[in-house]
Design a protein around this ligand. Structure first.
Ligand SMILES: [Zn+2]
Ligand SMILES: [Zn+2]
Ligand SMILES: [Zn+2]
Length: 96
């Protein structure tokens, strides 16, 4: 069940596996570190959160307009829609 008024959930295309996430693509390229990781649910891009220095997840949204990300931190299942600025609950990436 999706507890949200977000109507962008039809842009969720990928079912990437959280176990496959190695780190923030942008930070790995420049050799920097991140705080937490977020995955774009439209294309599978992995970026770092707004608490991270580079905020690559937000930059990905600003570049691509892919609206929905999900936390890929262990135990976190929530998503976030940048357009609605609203959390999406129970959007789970399969663990394996
Ligand atoms: Zn939305
Ligand atoms: Zn990053
Ligand atoms: Zn994307």
């Amino acid at each position: 069940m999706v507890l949200t008024t977000c109507d962008h959930v039809d842009q969720i295309k990928i079912t990437a596996k959280a176990d496959d996430v190695k780190g923030c693509d942008g930070c790995l390229q420049i050799g920097d570190s991140w705080v937490e990781l977020r995955m774009c649910l439209t294309c599978g891009h992995v970026g770092c959160c707004d608490s991270s220095k580079h905020q690559h997840a937000r930059k990905h949204y600003e570049t691509t307009k892919h609206p929905i990300i999900q936390s890929v931190e262990p135990g976190q299942k929530w998503g976030w829609c940048y357009l609605d600025e609203e959390y999406l609950k129970e959007l789970s990436i399969p663990a394996s």
